[in-house]
Design a protein around this ligand. Structure first.
Ligand code: DLL
Length: 434
């Protein structure tokens, strides 16, 4: 029933002792990087004597990773690093993360442990419908499933008919899939005149983007399977940070690899278990790029009641939202500022714009409403079409997703009272749930 009984059922005392030792080890490793080395020089990083003292360590922010791009947080020489990944969704200064061989082994181990917990076993056929490349969802699960011993199909994203063909002909038992794509795939299954009974599917691992309990249940109903929530972020390794067990009441956060805290995002104050706030994580075993008190910006709470599955690692609740303005569009992370920077450089673009996010056929779609410059607006139809295409191409290059672009006359977007409203997320009201 356990992949690693000792690690998964360690007593809380043992876990705390281990965490204290590993945090101090992480501090020794981290200060070898230029970024943390400087903080140590300033007296901001000191070894700790008890877990109570973790709160005295400084936070690390996504902006620290960006500002010290590319190698400022690398804590060892480049010849020890063997892989780079990056947070999804940007072609600008991305958040890059490095891994040693041991980091990759630990990561694969965490995913093997996670999927085993949900019920994946050798003999299963595992189809990984996630992006292979810089995004951690593809390679992360891939090596985890191979480590576990499941026959792995690296089918990647898209091409729904082919995905279904694999599901059917290979008798796939488990998939890794974005929740939004799972709902879309269910409609294609229907179009292909197939029923869940025609497949051999037993379970899905869903994550990388926010989704509701209702959406999970919809996926379970449409495929007649169990769907397990999976959480992680590139900065900590990728997926495999927290995962649901068969009881599906929150995700066990692997506390022998990460030290979690929940803070009030406004004040930075640490909150007790059970209170909702922002998840902050310290890596305990990472070597290439250890992180101290990394602000994930994800809002959740820690559930510390014992779980009937017998694992001692505390759970985190389904992610409720973010404490910053990051948008997740079909699993791709996008900041509204990236959009603004991209469009404002294009001649003909006026002063006001609105980013609308819709659900279309179960998938997320950005609608960009952009006011045209008054001078430009009196120009030709060809000129307008060219502008529309230029904006669309520039956004595609920057965001890696294709938005629909609507050009509006000057003043076409109603002026906001006070702060301009740049984002209108219509997804929750449009999510069809039958
Ligand atoms: O999305 C890693 C991942 C891949 C997780 C596959 C699960 C499955 P990033 O691209 O760095 O990494 O994006 C991380 O995605 O901070 C959350 O805001 C969001 N996120 C990830 N998993 C969940 C989830 C991957 N289960 C960011 N529920 C995180 C809600 C999630 N949000």
């Amino acid at each position: 029933m356990f992949w690693d009984r000792k690690a998964e059922t360690m007593s809380r005392e043992e876990l705390s002792k281990l965490q204290l030792a590993l945090i101090n080890k992480t501090i020794s490793k981290a200060v070898k990087s230029p970024f943390y080395g400087e903080l140590k020089k300033q007296g901001k990083i000191k070894k700790i004597k008890s877990l109570d003292e973790v709160k005295n360590l400084p936070f690390t922010e996504k902006s620290d990773l960006r500002n010290n791009f590319p190698y400022g947080l690398l804590a060892l020489s480049l010849d020890k690093a063997v892989r780079m990944h990056s947070s999804s969704g940007t072609t600008g200064n991305p958040t890059v993360v490095f891994h040693t061989k041991k980091d990759l082994e630990d990561w694969a181990e965490l995913l093997a442990r996670s999927m085993h917990m949900a019920g994946l076993r050798p003999g299963h056929v595992f189809q990984n419908m996630m992006g292979y490349g810089l995004f951690t969802g593809g390679l992360g699960f891939h090596y985890g499933a191979e480590r576990l011993g499941a026959m792995t199909i690296p089918s990647g994203t898209g091409n729904s008919k082919r995905q279904i063909w694999f599901l059917k002909t290979m008798r796939t038992t488990a998939v890794h899939i974005l929740p939004s794509y799972a709902l879309k795939l269910a409609t294609v299954l229907e179009e292909e005149n197939l029923k869940p009974e025609d497949l051999n599917l037993k379970m899905a691992f869903i994550g990388a983007e926010p989704h509701t309990e209702a959406m999970r249940q919809q996926i379970e109903k449409q495929f007649k399977i169990k769907a397990f929530n999976s959480y992680g972020l590139s900065e900590l390794c990728g997926p495999g940070v927290a995962f649901e067990c068969p009881y599906q009441t929150g995700m066990h956060l692997w506390e022998d690899h990460f030290y979690p805290e929940i803070i009030n995002p406004e004040t930075g104050e640490v909150l007790p278990d059970g209170e909702e706030g922002e998840l902050v994580m310290t890596t305990l075993r990472r070597n290439a790029m250890p992180l101290l008190r990394y602000r994930t910006r994800d809002l959740t709470k820690i559930i510390n009641e014992p779980c009937p599955c017998g694992r001692t690692h505390r759970r985190i609740a389904r992610i409720k939202g973010r404490s910053d303005d990051m948008l997740i569009i079909n699993g791709v992370n996008i900041f509204p500022m990236q959009i603004e920077k991209t469009i404002m450089g294009i001649p003909g673009v006026g002063s006001n714009y609105l980013i609308e996010i819709h659900k279309e056929d179960y998938m997320d779609r950005i609608h960009m409403k952009i006011e045209v410059d008054p001078e430009f607006f009196s120009g030709t139809l060809e000129g307008m079409e060219k502008l529309q295409k230029d904006i669309s191409d520039a956004l595609k290059t920057e965001l890696l997703v294709t938005p629909r672009v609507y050009l509006l006359e000057p003043g076409g977007i109603p002026a906001a009272e006070g702060k301009a409203k740049r984002v209108a997320d219509m997804r929750s009201s449009e999510q069809k749930l039958s």
